[in-house]
Design a protein around this ligand. Sequence first.
Ligand SMILES: [Zn+2]
Length: 455
Amino acid sequence: MSIIRYAKNTFSKSAWCAYNAYRQGAHFRRRLAETERRLNGSREEILQFQWNRVCRMLKHAYETTTYYRELFDSLRIRPEAIQRPSDLLQIPTLEKSTVRVRLGELVSNTYPKSQLKRNATGGSSGTPLVFYQDNGYWNRRNLSVYYFDRWAGWDFGERQLIIWGFPANHSKAGRAKEQLNSYWRNHWWFNGFNTSEAKMVNLSKKMERWRPQTILAYASSLYQFAQCLHCNGLTPDWGLKGIISSAEMLYPHYRELAEQVFQTPVHNRYGSRETGLIAMECSAGRMHINCNDIYLEIDSDEPYTKPGEIIITHLNNYGMPFVRYRIGDVGVLSNEICPCGNRTPILGDLLGRTTATFRSKDGRWIHGGYFTQQFYGIKTVSQFQLIQESYDLCKLKLAVDDAFTDDTLGWIVHKIKDALGADVHVETDFVEKIPKPPSGKIAYTISKVTAKERR
Ligand SMILES: [Zn+2]
């Protein structure tokens, strides 16, 4: 490492220290060490801690919010009576539609507005959802992020390339603040929402000099970047320690190409704006559940074998409790003890957004990624979008070039029918381009069937 880079890393590490001391007080180091100890503990200790936090949150929700007070009273539930995980099933799940309608009643009356931060989802699968988080939530969330990101090689002060979205209405002052933050944090931001091949090639040249130690990126941006370098015959040799892929589904072909191009492991990080970090992939390729911040259930009668919707109880957002919140993703648990040595429970498979998980008539769930994987390799198809309108009807949008043939279309339709049933009607629409939604993230597979069932 050059002396300049070493000096900058050392400066950034100190700046991180000062930042955390400012936000979390002089006890920051002790809190971080406690978080590490807790998440490195035995399975029993981890589950006990998590359950104690669930009970504390239920009591808080009942005592300080109108919504939960009314809900529990109407069902004659006392929070103290919830003593084991199976008792939780008495509490109905919290739906996004309820959060929209009863937002004010979900906010705890112990927090003045000044201590709450308004936040909202990106709206990639519909209208953005508004919610609140208390100041302490962010501090506790950061502790978990610091812990889990280290699994991917990140550490305080080290150089990180971030390929993320920039909000379109970012003001000048906002941009200046971001630049200052990036400088002391040792981050290099690249706008993944507004990019081109030329911009990515240029970025790669800059990274040759800057030598990032880790990359944090949207899964699709990471794939796009890897594809661009691959097609241009560029082979990065930046001394990367790892890559964190987040915010979107990390499809197997995304991972494969990124690992081949960057010559370093990709770690999948699963999270959401409402709940923070939910699970992180370890060196052994398993998704460990963030028991420090959340309690995760699968809405399935056999959660270890039959996928179901993911339900989250947040353990730290006292400003607006999320109890049994239906987040809109589908997954399955694993009862495996991970070979990496960490004893937090494992999310066996993450099938993706509920809206990207297809349902066949005979009751099977089909991962949206199945279709992406089948179709992404077809050279004559530049973009596609598959929408399951009902059990019997799928709409397929295709942007193709002149070499596209009826045989290829026949093969695509055959693959769809193969997965969803021979009697499914596939309506094809040839388009110039699939338009990007405001979030910047195109949903390649959308199922309206699963979304309807959820309502
Ligand atoms: Zn592991």
